[in-house]
Write a protein that binds this ligand. Structure first.
Ligand SMILES: [Zn+2]
Length: 270
């Protein structure tokens, strides 16, 4: 009985000790858990603030990721259109050129060039003009426009005159085949235009003329030629040049020659 009592007391003491140990362990554990939770919460707040800061302002990382391939979205290009043909109505503005019956050469040149432009546009060719109205444009500006745009053909349109002999009449196509760039193409362009232009009803043909002096032919680095439609000092030529139907047919033929030249570029190295 005594021994049982002693054992019971001992067991009770041990139970109490274990209970105290457990409480102590639980206290210690909860303290550690709270401490860890505080650290986690502070960490999360700091992480959020940092993430917010980097997305708020463009960072190096973002700049680099922008180099990664993006989904393809069709973009309208701002690049200038490729000009195939640059038409150059001779003279303009203060520079009137020659004249006949009170009409300056510049006006006749523009009238024919606009008709050629229309023909080429109808054929789907990218064509531009050195002037589309009565403007003063220098020869340097005309050549620069052709060279900077690397046009495939530069075609200048003029009217001739020769007061010393008014019987002289006919169409001429001038070109420079000795310049450093575009020489061979210039001869080919002149030949192609000449072939068709001379077929215009009523035209007298004076052929193609190689020339080293004319500035627009010399300073252009692309295939270039200059058409002298006829002589304003000759009555027959003057009447043709002033005729609307002649201008239209001639413009059609000039455009045909230009088109043939452009097609030849696709089949031969120039
Ligand atoms: Zn002229």
């Amino acid at each position: 009985m005594e021994a049982n009592y002693e054992r019971t007391r001992y067991e009770a003491r041990m139970r109490l000790r274990r209970k105290k140990k457990l409480i102590k362990a639980a206290k210690l554990l909860s303290y550690r858990v709270i401490k860890s939770l505080i650290f986690i919460v502070i960490g999360m707040i700091l992480g959020f603030l940092l993430a917010h800061k980097t997305t708020g302002t463009p960072s190096e990382a973002e700049n680099l990721t922008s180099l990664a391939p993006k989904p393809e979205i069709p973009v309208v290009s701002d690049a200038p259109k490729k000009i195939q043909v640059l038409l150059d109505p001779g003279h303009g503005g203060k520079d009137t050129g020659s004249e006949a019956a009170g009409t300056p050469e510049k006006t006749l040149n523009l009238s024919i060039a606009l008709l050629v432009e229309e023909e080429l546009k109808n054929a789907g060719i990218e064509v531009e003009m050195t002037r589309s109205s009565d403007q003063t444009v220098s020869l340097d500006e005309r050549a620069a426009l052709a060279n900077e745009n690397k046009v495939q053909a530069f075609v200048s349109i003029h009217q001739n005159s020769f007061k010393d002999d008014r019987s002289i009449r006919g169409l001429e196509v001038w070109y420079n085949d000795v310049k450093s760039s575009g020489a061979a193409g210039s001869r080919k362009l002149a030949d192609a235009i000449h072939t068709y232009a001379k077929q215009t009803a009523g035209t007298s043909d004076r052929g193609t003329v190689p020339d080293e002096k004319l500035k627009v032919l010399r300073t252009t680095t692309v295939p270039a030629c200059l058409i002298e439609v006829g002589y304003l000092t000759n009555t027959t030529d003057k009447n043709l040049i002033f005729s609307e139907s002649y201008q239209k047919e001639l413009a059609k033929n000039i455009a045909r020659g230009i088109q043939e030249f452009l097609q030849s570029l696709g089949t031969s190295a120039e």
